[in-house]
Write a protein that binds this ligand. Sequence first.
Ligand SMILES: Cc1ncc(COP(=O)(O)O)c(C=O)c1O
Length: 495
Amino acid sequence: MTQNEFIQLLSDNFKIIPEKKLRTKLYLAIKKTLTDVSLPQAFKCPSTRFLSETLGISRDTVEKTYAQFEQEGIFYRIKGKGSFIKTQPSALQVDAQHQLIATRHQIEYDLPANTEKLEALFFDQNLNFFADGMPEIRNFPFKKWYETEKFALSQYGLSIFLKDNGAGDALLRHEIAQFINLNRHTQVNAEQVLIVNSTQQGLYLCAQVLFNRGDHIVLENPYYSNAYHLFDLAGLEQHCVNLDDQGLDLQQAAHISNIKALYLTPASQYPSGIQMSLARKQQLIEFAEQRNSYIIEDDYDALMLHKENNPAILGLDHYQRTIYLGSFSKYLLPSLRMSYIILPMALIEPFKRYRNYIDGCAPSQYFQVILANFMQRGYYAEYLVQMQQLYAQRYQTFMHCFELYLADYCYLKEHQPTMQIACYFKADIPISLEKFLVQAAEVREIYITRLSQFYAQDPEYGFVLGFSSLNQTEIKACMLLLRQLIDNELARLPI
Ligand SMILES: Cc1ncc(COP(=O)(O)O)c(C=O)c1O
């Protein structure tokens, strides 16, 4: 490559880099050019004067950018001769080399059998088609978050960059305890709150700290599949108990012995949306007390429901048998990876120790502090109310469109409207439609959440549709698309 060709490519890259600050723009343009091409040994850079004139930027900017590359060891300077680029293989060359090495060394990995089970753990989701339980992120109050971040950085100084080996940031634990007490009819204190990365991590900790392999656990049927597969991997003996219109049918659980814990989503059962009645919650607490069992309460979307008539089991349980899991994934941002477990005091220490054992420490102190201040300023509470209102409107739209486009094929059961809805095939719809529909949709890169995958026995067929991340126009468009897919597949199915 000649120097002129290099400059031409660099100018082109400079034009397309979407960066306002000129020095960063030039830095990124040079970096991109270096990865795009393969340069001969000791390639001489254009002089700073020439480059500044070509790109129409100050010579000082070019000098400083060259100095930065020098510091990184990518450029070197020879007095009186100019700056040179240390020869480095281009990205394309590196890829080719890697491929060559990779094909020569095809190692057969002998993975433990358990690893295969991991495949079932998560399923693909798409953002633009009824993503199951995905929150709206477009309305997130970025300005308020950014303002809180700036405040936290100025107030906390260096401590924000340190690892947190404790149960979590004190202010965050305090804010969570206060918020849950206010909204879920509980009376917990901040010392009972342990900060973790996710409900999934919380469930993993439960599996490791509370159980031995082979211990018995009761789940709901249908169940939250991420919990089911995780407990399966931990070697627990799972008993999935059917629901009635009040929630988990305790009579069916009566014959199961040595129940170590019951894992439930009582506020709005996942995926059916059935709300556990108050009477059933009280019976459940007595059931657990008589059998010396824990209750693992996954309260994943309860804050989206109305506060009245749906208290958390945690607040009703005077025996302190309840382990409560809450997550910011559905309320704020799934990428925040911030959740909490509210534990009986005696379990805080072992849970914390195990969390540190697998993760090294609490989740990012940086984000904990920002979130704590975001909550303290009232931004979290304010945002949740906005989201509640938004989801209520979207629910209305969903129901309207359901009647228009899906009601010929599906029906809904009594449910709590939160963020997703289970739709059941009507009796005359062949159950194979579920499988064929998912396959046909996948070809178009649309992922439909199959309902039957959540059942251990007595499966029901249909799908779980998340409406919370879609605006009204999008809900309508997705419903139309789903209707078309169903019509196509039904026409192809043998009668
Ligand atoms: C039943 C249930 N629990 C918990 C969660 C939140 O999980 P996490 O905190 O691991 O993202 C979800 C999210 O979809 C869920 O459906």
